[in-house]
Design a protein around this ligand. Structure first.
Ligand SMILES: [Zn+2]
Ligand SMILES: [Zn+2]
Length: 394
């Protein structure tokens, strides 16, 4: 929402921003406007960069002032939707605009640009409509749709693992330089099909300080089964926190035999169900099935974890993680392991959105219904709590 402030209004808009910082610098004492979404996102930027301060060098501009500094007189600054900033780190030094642009992209600013050759000032705005990711050192047009690629940001090295990788020494994996791991949580539609090493891998990776995501391997042949799988997946991951997305993994031949339309419907059923429960969801898929068996709306709506075991993929769609090999070798893991590259700062994105168990009040999990036979005593452990009792057939 855009609000109007009087010239001397010194309302504290948020912990780190005061209205005064945004008033027009033309020299005339006139009212100014600020979109509160701009302040929300600037606070998110402050947190994501671990700033010591953010200086707003230009906030609202009247049309005359906008023109006097080389603008069109109708740009985002004149709408109260833009700020030119210098972001300072804990060492008191300006943070590179290249880093700021990447984080601003993760946070979801619609317009972002480096604005000086020194790469220390960054324009951000909360425009509606199409994006502008610019670098004014190279003119005024959009230069990229991904600052990470444009500025050659460091990619994250990852692995994905399941019970098939045996027992893993996560401290060694961390020491080997692995930045993230996607863990198989289980498969199919029965609770007992939780991956036998999921709890152990989750605890081990967390203890080693490795951010994690999760995936569920599907055998669903229709939307109903996909929703059953989603519910089991949700019960397995409940109460945990994931810095990376949680993925739907569909790759069985008999599923692809159902055809693109049906396969896409199955994907949507699972993804919508898990997303509605507060998760950042994605789709794991091979390059070929993305091209032949996945509807366009899914590829644009959900983050893609691309599987393509080649040196250089020719897949042209967007993806956040690329699984580039199934024959990796990483200290701490016996045998081959799948290798991945991460291109997005998912931990920042997911925590900023409060998804995947972050930023929400702690909710104690309900004990899952144990799968066992009539009259047998069972004991299950959920997040360290033991539940036990005799089962009766309902
Ligand atoms: Zn003015
Ligand atoms: Zn600007």
């Amino acid at each position: 929402m855009i609000k109007t402030y009087g010239y001397t209004d010194n309302t504290q808009l948020s912990p780190h921003f005061n209205a005064q910082e945004f008033r027009c610098k033309c020299g005339k004492a006139h009212d100014f406007q600020i979109d509160d979404d701009l302040i929300t996102k600037l606070e998110a930027l402050y947190a994501a960069l671990n700033c010591s301060k953010i200086i707003v060098t230009s906030g609202f501009r009247c049309a005359a002032h906008d023109k006097s500094v080389g603008g069109s007189g109708t740009g985002q600054h004149t709408l109260g939707k833009a700020a030119d900033t210098c972001c300072y780190g804990q060492d008191g030094q300006p943070i590179s605009s290249k880093t700021v642009c990447c984080k601003a992209q993760d946070i979801g600013f619609g317009g972002i640009a480096n604005i000086t050759a020194a790469y220390i000032y960054t324009h951000v705005d909360v425009r509606s409509g199409s994006k502008w990711y610019g670098d004014e050192v190279h003119g005024n047009s959009s230069v990229t749709d991904d600052f990470y690629k444009y500025f050659g940001g460091e990619d994250m090295k990852g692995i994905d693992v399941s019970v098939h990788n045996d027992k893993i020494d996560w401290q060694k994996v961390k020491a080997a330089g692995i930045d993230f791991a996607v863990l198989r949580a289980g498969y199919g539609k029965l609770a007992k099909q939780k991956d036998d090493r999921f709890e152990e891998n989750y605890a081990g990776a967390k203890a080693a300080g490795i951010p994690v995501g999760a995936y569920w391997y599907s055998y669903a042949m229709d939307e109903d089964e996909a929703r059953q799988e989603a519910d089991v997946f949700l019960s397995v991951i409940q109460g945990k926190q994931f810095e990376f997305p949680v993925y739907f993994d569909l790759e069985e031949k008999k599923q692809f035999d159902l055809g693109k339309e049906k396969v896409s419907a199955i994907m949507r059923a699972f993804l919508e169900r898990v997303e509605a429960a507060g998760y950042f969801v994605g789709l794991y898929s091979s390059a070929s099935s993305l091209m032949t068996h996945t509807a366009d709306d899914i590829k644009s709506r959900y983050t893609i974890w691309l599987a393509h075991w080649v040196d250089k993929t020719n897949y042209t769609g967007a993806y956040g993680i690329w699984q580039h090999s199934e024959k990796g070798s990483v200290d701490g893991i016996n045998g081959n392991v799948d290798l991945d590259i991460g291109y997005k700062d998912f931990p920042t994105i997911i925590k900023a959105k409060g998804l995947n168990g972050w930023g929400k009040e702690e909710v104690l999990p309900n004990p899952p219904a144990p799968v066992a036979e009539d009259g047998i005593s069972v004991e299950v452990t959920v997040d360290g709590q033991k539940y036990s009792g005799k089962l009766n057939k309902a």
